[in-house]
Design a protein around this ligand. Structure first.
Ligand SMILES: [Zn+2]
Length: 235
């Protein structure tokens, strides 16, 4: 197939978990996803102005009611939450921003914030917020907005911690070690070296460590980096 004529974006058919409207939203074809590198918190780094960045399309916004969600949102919405969505989202829906075509950075940020708000109204799991906040932090990283990147990294770390405490993640798709590792790495990036080292140690000593050696190796490397950064900061 000739890649030069193929549109990197395709229309994915989705169904709104709130109003059940079926519509299409853009996604990036995986063969066009080419990050320059991947950071230690798994954040992909793309070339400046790269339009084929899947982070731009992580959130889906319903074209009918405005409810915004990621793939890991639950399909069950309580009656109390339904009333809140109607009042807080549908009646105030943003009909100006085009969330269904090619997105730019600002449109994507708006979609993330709508999904965080939608998730709060339906009391989504902590892991859902953690994933949204981490991706939004990565998106801010791509524009060198360190203040907003740190703000959403902080929120992601806190949601990952709550997800770990309440075990609200699916261990089949998200091993507990990966969550502990991420809490450590996010805290290292934020300069919270003691917390980072505590979590890296928890990874290295975890009962599942022989099954997930990848995270154990990452944790060892980042433990050393955190210790070095901590010493340099003290000097
Ligand atoms: Zn809807």
């Amino acid at each position: 197939m000739d890649l030069s004529t193929l549109d990197p974006l395709y229309d994915k058919k989705v169904k709104c978990p709130y109003c059940h409207n079926t519509f299409t939203t853009k996604k990036v074809r995986s063969r066009f996803v080419k990050p320059l590198k991947v950071e230690q918190d798994f954040g992909p780094v793309f070339k400046d102005g790269e339009g084929n960045n899947p982070l731009l399309y992580y959130v889906t916004v319903c074209s009918e009611c405005g409810f915004s969600f990621s793939e890991d949102f639950s399909n069950h919405i309580s009656q109390t939450a339904r009333n809140k969505i109607q009042k807080e989202i549908s009646e105030k829906m943003d009909r100006v921003t085009d969330f269904w075509g090619k997105r730019d950075f600002n449109q994507a940020v708006r979609a993330y914030k709508l999904a965080i708000y939608s998730g709060q109204l339906v009391q989504e799991k902590h892991i859902v917020f953690a994933n949204l906040c981490l991706r939004l932090a990565w998106l801010y990283r791509s524009t060198d907005n360190q203040k907003e990147e740190s703000r959403f990294l902080q929120l992601a770390a806190s949601e990952f911690e709550k997800s770990y405490i309440h075990t609200d993640f699916n261990p089949e798709t998200t091993p507990e070690l990966s969550i502990l590792y991420l809490i450590g790495e996010i805290n290292r990036r934020l300069g919270n070296y003691n917390v980072a080292i505590k979590y890296f140690t928890a990874v290295a000593e975890h009962p599942d460590r022989s099954r997930y050696t990848k995270y154990v190796n990452y944790a060892r490397e980042q433990w050393q980096l955190a210790a070095r950064e901590y010493r340099e900061k003290k000097e």
